[in-house]
Design a protein around this ligand. Sequence first.
Ligand code: SF4
Length: 319
Amino acid sequence: MRLSENGSAKTDPGVLTNCTVCPRNCYANRFSENRGYCNAGAGFEIASICAHKGEEPPISGLNGICNVFFYRCNLQCIYCQNCQISTNSNQKIFKEWSLAEVLDRICSILDSGCKALGFVSPSHMIPQIIAITEAVKKTGRNPVIIYNTNAYDKVDVLKSLEGIVDVYLPDLKYADAELAKELSDASDYPLVAQKAIAEMYRQKGAPLITDADGQAISGLIIRHLVLPGQVNNSMNVLRFIANDISTKVHISLMSQYNPVTAVIGHRFLGRSLSEVEYEEVVAEMEKLGLERGWIQALESSSNYLPDFCYEHPFEKKVK
Ligand code: SF4
């Protein structure tokens, strides 16, 4: 699964003409105007490439991670915190990059001290990711490659990333199919994501290998965002990890849910997570023996909201 030698996705006659890159299996021609579910084209549709220090400590490292934020997404979560860029509506994308521009930007950030290169919302952009990674490695740079995904990924596609991705950073959102349908338009999400995470675990196992600075260089970290009113879903997600993956895997439990405009008035998403709800989930995590990882403090959730109108979306400077 790759793009053409010169890196122009527009000239590739391969996988994107009949797209089955993600579990939606649209068979869309992404070179045409007749796009698939994600509405993504065949080029480098990227909202931002920036250094980001707000990830888990072994992901950000001392100087932040160089994150590539793609436009659009193969899930359409109604509460998405990155909804400015993740929507698949027909809105014009802010910018389509050339591979040379992508490479230039990534290299300048890596040269400023970032050791890792992360791809955020990557599941619909696998050929582009492979092209970018190959181009970066050809320059002699060898960043740690992080796959920061919603876990709505196909197992065979993940197999094709073996040896390319160093650290998998999936978000396991739901154990409940009805909830997945209502909130993310994907009733098969639990089944698909569970298989995807089992494949990531097959590739990486439980150990999180770090360098002398504590930066992750190989492994798997499973994220879970606790949603208000959905304690049972969170508990079932954690039970799946403990019972079907491993109690030794690293988990990042997140409390940073913040209601976006689209869910104001929603019957349970219209408010923040309560302390009682979060404590119940944390207690279950401890009861299950899931001891490795991070439990985010329940604090001001608006601190984590990016604004992609800025060149640095998390620092909100330089329009
Ligand atoms: S990547 Fe996009 S077009 Fe391809 S199968 Fe997934 S949703 Fe459909």
